[in-house]
Design a protein around this ligand. Structure first.
Ligand code: PHE
Length: 452
């Protein structure tokens, strides 16, 4: 255990590992469709403001808590204050909800990779292709099983050698390829309107929902409010510059999300012939719009499509592995089960919970919870309800129970902590107040008491 605790060799190792967890489907699949749906430029602006304030303060707090206690979430909060052990459990619930539906989408990505590898990329251009695929009862579940199986195998055999080495190579390729696709899509005829929509904030599109969704997306994308950063912090060396590491993780994560938006949003304008309703297409946007961009670029585009979905698959796998690893280690610690047994049980449990999320797009699409299908419902519960609640309690815990000084001391061990003032104000006052307001409005909205 002791050996594992110091396993990040230095700052680069830490930043890369944390960024590997942070960069995933959230950046490439989720961010562009939310940006498209919730107002383009105004969403981007709100998102960036939230990242450098809320995101910064929370990530600093979570990593410092991990490094200070040397424990992952359940143990860490308990060690700092016994009355707050419940926070550890609540935090642990979040990855359990996210993992199953994350794997459903991972399965879709695997299918698309197979489509391109087998030279059928042209078929994916048809508008109905994606809808036809996800509404089938069996095929998406087969891909889901393959995706979960691979994730579980990696977790079972250990993450160190394979995934880490491969991600050092794949992540830079992903960055370069994304930039190339973004440049191509921005230069398509008609795409310029989309670039403007994505980059220029239109304040008339602002609503509380923009902030709520942007905040949920920020937690999700930075892997915050679910204990992952606490665990990673516990592996961080005391002399590693904490503040600078957080800045770099945020830059990396937000950079990739930004470029992904540039790949998708202008392409929607270019390929939908000015039909703005395509912006509301939602979760399927990446699967519907990008194939058109690839097909437009001819044979080279189809090859690029194959490489692209391989990279997305990889980014997704590194994230789902970190999610499953967290869940497995929680059960291992709690019930003292063997790793083998736990992996198998988590695999089966995850598959069962994932089934409704998959079937909810086809034969079970008539079952709606709060007006959402299963996948969207799980996504809503984890990102818009649970994560803000965990974040709120964490803020109160840091701001008023252990006090910001406790975190500051830890950060000051290794950095000058230039944004100490910002950290203190955000964690004590601004974040809790905003989160409460936003939570209330989101719950009322979901119950259709108000419409925002
Ligand atoms: N941050 C990841 C993404 O953007 C998702 C994730 C959440 C990964 C939680 C691990 C833990 O896709």
């Amino acid at each position: 255990m002791e050996q594992k605790r110091s396993s990040f060799s230095g700052k680069i190792g830490f930043v890369l590992a944390a960024a590997g967890s942070a960069v995933g489907l959230g950046n490439i699949w989720r961010f562009p469709y939310l940006a498209a749906k919730y107002g383009g430029g105004i969403f981007l602006l709100v998102y960036i403001i939230l990242t450098v304030t809320f995101g910064f303060a929370l990530m600093v707090a979570e990593i410092a808590i991990g490094r200070k206690t040397g424990l992952s979430a359940i143990g860490a909060y308990k060690k700092l204050d016994k009355r707050f052990s419940f926070l550890g459990y609540l935090t642990a619930l979040v990855p359990m909800i996210i993992l199953p539906y994350y794997c459903v989408i991972g399965g879709w990505v695997t299918k698309y990779l197979a489509v391109y590898v087998t030279g059928q990329g042209m078929q994916a251009v048809q508008d109905t292709f994606f809808q036809n695929f996800i509404s089938q009862p069996v095929e998406p579940i087969v891909w889901l099983c393959i995706y979960i199986g691979v994730t579980a195998l990696i977790v079972f055999f250990g993450v160190e050698s394979g995934v880490e080495k491969a991600s050092k190579f794949m992540m830079p390729v992903l960055v370069i390829l994304s930039i190339c696709v973004a440049v191509y899509s921005v230069t398509r005829p008609g795409a310029w309107e989309g670039v403007k929509y994505y980059l220029i904030p239109d304040f008339s599109r602002f609503s509380p929902m923009t902030v709520l969704v942007a905040m949920g997306q920020m937690f999700y994308s930075l892997s915050l409010a679910m204990g992952i950063m606490v665990t990673y912090g516990s592996y961080m060396k005391k002399d590693c510059d904490l503040e600078q590491s957080v800045t770099q993780i945020e830059l990396f994560d937000t950079g990739i999300a930004f470029v992904a938006g540039l790949m998708v949003v202008p392409a929607v304008f270019a390929f939908s012939g000015g039909d703005q309703s395509a912006l509301n297409a939602g979760a399927g946007l990446m699967f519907v719009t990008l194939p058109k961009v690839f097909a437009d670029a001819g044979t080279l585009g189809l090859i690029a499509g194959g490489v692209f979905f391989l990279m997305v698959l990889f980014a997704a796998l590194t994230s789902s592995v970190s999610l499953m690893e967290t869940v497995v280690s929680i059960f291992c610690d709690k019930f003292h089960w063997s790793r083998k047994k736990t992996c198998l049980l988590v695999l089966i449990g995850c598959l069962l919970i994932a089934l409704p999320s998959s079937l909810g797009h086809g034969i079970w699409s008539n079952i709606q919870i709060l007006g959402k299908n299963f996948l969207d419902f799980f996504d809503f519960i984890s990102n818009s309800v649970l994560m803000p609640i965990v974040a709120l309690i964490t803020c109160i815990f840091v701001g008023f129970v252990i006090k910001p000084q406790a975190i500051e001391e830890e950060v000051l061990l290794s950095s000058k902590f230039r944004r100490r003032g910002l950290f203190r104000v955000v964690i004590k006052y601004i974040a809790p107040i905003c989160i409460v307001l936003i939570l209330i409005s989101s719950v009322l909205d979901a119950m259709h008491i108000i419409t925002i």
